[in-house]
Design a protein around this ligand. Structure first.
Ligand code: OAD
Length: 228
């Protein structure tokens, strides 16, 4: 079976109603990224950060996967598909994708604030200030913040290196190390980029599909499944 790796970002979930970060009206126009998404922010004002992610988690319960998530999951019938996502939502899981690497963590999990490997499922409920992890430390969102290492990046790079086809969907490719993953693709791999806006990805031969994720994935399915 041919291998597909999908590198997804906030844009794949935009049509489900989750705001992206850097588009006009995006999350980082409404909030100071360093206050709500950095390890320094956590040290300065953990309660503000708990509220920020509690709100994101509550919203996640109210939205559903869109056709782009679903088509990616359906491609598993004909391809060995791995999703490498920067998103912290669970819409790929809920659409039925079975192999997903969350580079930046997961909203529905929490972890110890001193041991990154002590992770617990919390579903959609809020994390309270004063709520303890099993090791007695404050429970915090299981999110990789600015200023922290991205533990899954090595695994993700290995997966990208073995792909016959790489699909980039809905990421501005602004945030490293995730943005550098496409550089690990084999020289013979086909690379497609789905985004309604221009995204620059220098140094690779990429087929651009200038569409929103749902329309772009429908078009790409036709291209990929010519022989399915
Ligand atoms: P960005 O907000 O930077 O980029 C979103 C991309 O999605 C842009 O290129 C948009 O043009 C595109 N887009 C918008 N609507 C779309 C649609 N309907 N279909 C397809 N594409 C669409 O989001 P990311 O690149 O995912 O990290 O951001 C990366 C990281 O920055 C996030 O994981 C988050 C953020 O700060 C942390 O918080 C640690």
């Amino acid at each position: 079976m041919k291998k597909i790796v999908a590198l997804t970002g906030a844009g794949v979930s935009a049509e489900s109603g989750i705001t992206t970060f850097r588009d006009s009206g995006g999350m980082w126009e409404q909030y100071d990224v360093m206050e709500v998404a950095s390890i320094d922010g956590w040290r300065k004002n953990p309660q503000l950060m708990l509220r920020f992610y509690n709100d994101r988690r509550k919203q996640l319960e109210e939205v559903v996967p869109n056709a782009a998530h679903r088509i990616l999951a359906e491609l598993e019938k004909d391809f060995d598909v791995t999703v490498v996502t920067q998103n912290v939502d669970n819409l790929h899981e809920r659409a039925g994708s079975s192999k997903i690497l969350h580079l930046h963590g997961e909203l529905t999990k929490a972890r110890s604030s001193i041991d990154p490997d002590l992770v617990v499922d919390i579903g959609y409920r809020p994390i309270e200030w004063g709520e303890k992890a099993p090791d007695g430390s404050q429970l915090r969102p299981h999110i990789v913040w600015f200023g922290e290492a991205v533990p899954m990046i090595g695994t993700a790079a290995d997966v990208v290196a073995t792909a016959d086809t790489v699909i980039i969907i809905g990421t501005s490719l602004n945030v490293y190390p995730a943005a550098g993953l496409v550089g690990y693709a084999d020289r013979k791999a086909s690379i497609y980029l789905i985004d309604p806006n221009e995204v620059s990805c220098a140094g690779r031969n990429i087929t651009m599909i200038r569409e929103k994720a749902t329309v772009g994935m429908e078009k790409l399915r036709e291209i990929l499944c010519d022989n399915c």
